[in-house]
Design a protein around this ligand. Structure first.
Ligand SMILES: O=C(O)CCC(=O)C(=O)O
Length: 298
């Protein structure tokens, strides 16, 4: 996989990211890179989340077991522009997440911001999202409320699976769709290789896919110097155990440093082979997933 960053961010892009909370980067990934990823996304879809057979429209932390996604994250061209936008010297990888929106009817992603889903404190947190096919406005293109990362509010975590309970103090989400003219909404149509880089506090979502093309996307999530681990109840499902306690900088084999350089102590084990999830945590995840399906079927 191409190891060279496509280019440095311009001063304008860094300023736009700070002001709007989101920028579009054209042609950041090569065709070869997208083709490799597309094959893996299809295979993951077939095998189900983390190889469990659970088939939903997404998966996450696949990099721990999938070598193409591992190389994309650790050696691909993403880390440097993300670090430039976040103005951070140290950049850790947080996790990858896959979002598939089936053609002609795939459901959208509700408006949300990412921060309240995650066991993190700090402001230097961003995701970079790219799709395997052209994304049109009616093809579930991402939408962002420009500047909402600066509102100083933390909203409830509402994702594709519904509202995620949290013991954090959070506010109800504003009804953005009912008042679209009151917000500055940014969205881009994309070609394969283009990507969108956005702050973890920006409100974003996507509408249902009414285009005749299934939209397969992958987001990688990154943290900078000021970020600390902050355990919160019930929000993100970490299926690998780690030693992080509240207040620790991210580190270790689950959340390794990528810039200024990889550390053998953190990535050595992963470079020598896939690391399966902790069986107990995985079983709890499968059971909770199955009970959610059963409850929804009643
Ligand atoms: O692909 C989507 O529809 C949602 C993506 C998203 O919310 C994210 O990457 O944080």
């Amino acid at each position: 996989m191409d190891q060279t960053p496509y280019r440095d961010l311009t001063t304008n892009e860094i300023e736009d990211f700070a002001r709007d909370g989101v920028i579009c980067l054209r042609g950041i990934y090569s065709t070869e890179c997208i083709n490799l990823l597309a094959k893996e996304l299809d295979a993951i879809r077939e095998r189900g989340v983390l190889g469990t057979g659970i088939k939903v429209d997404g998966s996450y932390y696949e990099w721990m077991q999938n070598d193409v996604i591992r190389d994309f994250v650790l050696f691909g061209p993403t880390a440097k522009p993300v670090a430039q936008a976040l103005k951070t010297g140290r950049l850790n990888f947080f996790y990858d997440q896959i979002f598939i929106k089936e053609k002609l009817g795939g459901t959208g992603t509700p408006w949300h911001h990412d921060h309240t889903f995650w066991p993190l404190a700090g402001s230097q947190i961003a995701s970079i999202w790219t799709a395997m096919e052209p994304v049109t406005a009616d093809g579930s293109a991402l939408e962002f409320v420009a500047g909402s990362h600066l509102w100083g509010k933390k909203f409830e975590a509402v994702g594709v699976g519904g509202r995620v309970p949290s013991n954090e103090q959070v506010e109800a989400l504003p009804d953005i769709d009912a008042n679209r003219d009151q917000y500055h909404i940014l969205s881009w149509e994309l070609e394969p290789g283009d990507a969108i880089l956005f702050n973890a506090m920006i409100l974003h979502g996507s509408r249902a896919n009414s285009a005749p093309l299934t939209r397969r996307a992958i987001t990688t999530r990154w943290t900078g110097d000021d970020v600390r681990y902050k355990p919160i109840e019930g929000v993100v499902r970490e299926l690998w155990s780690h030693d992080l306690k509240g207040g620790d900088p991210l580190s270790g084999s689950l959340y390794p440093q990528v810039l200024p350089c990889l550390l053998d102590t953190e990535v050595g084990e992963r470079l020598s082979g896939p690391i399966p999830p902790d069986p107990e945590r995985l079983n709890t995840f499968i059971a909770s997933y199955e009970s959610r399906i059963a409850a929804a079927a009643k």
